[in-house]
Write a protein that binds this ligand. Structure first.
Ligand SMILES: NC(=O)c1ccc[n+]([C@@H]2O[C@H](COP(=O)([O-])OP(=O)(O)OC[C@H]3O[C@@H](n4cnc5c(N)ncnc54)[C@H](OP(=O)(O)O)[C@@H]3O)[C@@H](O)[C@H]2O)c1
Length: 254
């Protein structure tokens, strides 16, 4: 049996305040009139568009403020969803960082900094295993579900041809290994769940904003990326679990 978006009753989108996560929430609300969505954000000042959807979709959208990099907050979210006694059909982790006010991706080794490396690693790699740990038992076990994480092609070790961006690359490579390992554990314990790492393609967001001028890749708006990601996960089945997929459905090398 494959995953069908039109049978997706409950979805959890983590990191939905803006960017690709917001695009996914919006696309799911518009495309699938039966899907109920729980969407998380961290910074209220960045989540205005998400919060403004609440009045239009009050029966189908629940917005929750958490810092998903903190296990206690993921655990509380999991407990509150457990109380509702629902099975999640879709979980997508959209959290990620490339830069912030203090951190820029490294052009070369002279820019490498231990604290920055640890912070990028923390934000980009730990949310996915925490979600898998605390939501494993809440994935719908009656039908095929999807547990996906937005990764990045630059995390592919085989595909690394131009170097640079040490911390971001390493954090996404670590994330990819975590996803692959979760997929293996879930084939034993959560057989109907398809676990995927998805490269969203270059997308106009805060994360890409400082670098987008120089890219030679096709640039997508968030609504295009959201639609691409939903197309990539549609119809996936147990044969696909543990794959690293690009926005155009191509399989990427780890
Ligand atoms: N845009 C691209 O071209 C592109 C390409 C390849 C991969 N990706 C990946 O796509 C995913 C989504 O990124 P995006 O492009 O949509 O960027 P974005 O708009 O900057 O969104 C990043 C998300 O991560 C959260 N976040 C950032 N720092 C955080 C921290 N320290 N603690 C907790 N949450 C934090 C943000 O929430 P708050 O603002 O509320 O903190 C937001 O929800 C990321 O994993 C990124 O690596 C993006």
């Amino acid at each position: 049996m494959s995953f069908r978006l039109n049978s997706c009753n409950y979805a959890l989108i983590v990191g939905a305040g803006h960017g690709i996560g917001f695009g996914l929430v919006h696309a799911l609300l518009v495309k699938n009139s039966k899907t109920r969505i729980m969407a998380t954000y961290r910074k209220r000042e960045n989540a205005e568009k998400l919060l403004s959807l609440q009045s239009e979709y009050k029966d189908r959208l629940e917005i929750i403020q958490i810092d998903a990099t903190k296990e206690s907050e993921i655990c509380n979210l999991s407990n509150s969803i457990k109380e509702k006694n629902i099975g999640l059909d879709l979980i997508i982790n959209c959290i990620g960082m490339l830069h912030n006010d203090d951190i820029l991706p490294e052009k070369s080794l002279k820019d490498f900094n231990c604290e920055a490396f640890i912070e990028v690693m923390r934000v980009n790699s730990i949310v996915t295993p925490l979600l898998a740990k605390h939501f494993e038992k809440q994935l719908n076990n009656d039908v095929t579900s999807v547990f996906a994480t937005i990764s990045a092609k630059v995390g592919s070790i085989e595909d690394n041809r131009i170097g640079g961006w040490y911390s971001y690359r390493a954090s996404k490579a670590a994330l990819n290994m975590l996803i692959k390992t979760i997929a293996i554990e879930f084939t034993r314990k959560r057989k109907k769940c398809v676990v995927l790492a998805v490269h969203p393609g270059t997308t106009k967001t805060e994360l890409s904003q400082p670098f987008i001028k120089r890219t030679t890749y096709k640039i997508h708006e968030t609504h295009e990326t959201a639609s691409n990601i939903l197309n990539v996960i549609e119809n996936r089945d147990s044969h696909d679990t543990g794959k690293f997929l690009s926005w155009d459905a191509q399989e990427l090398p780890w």
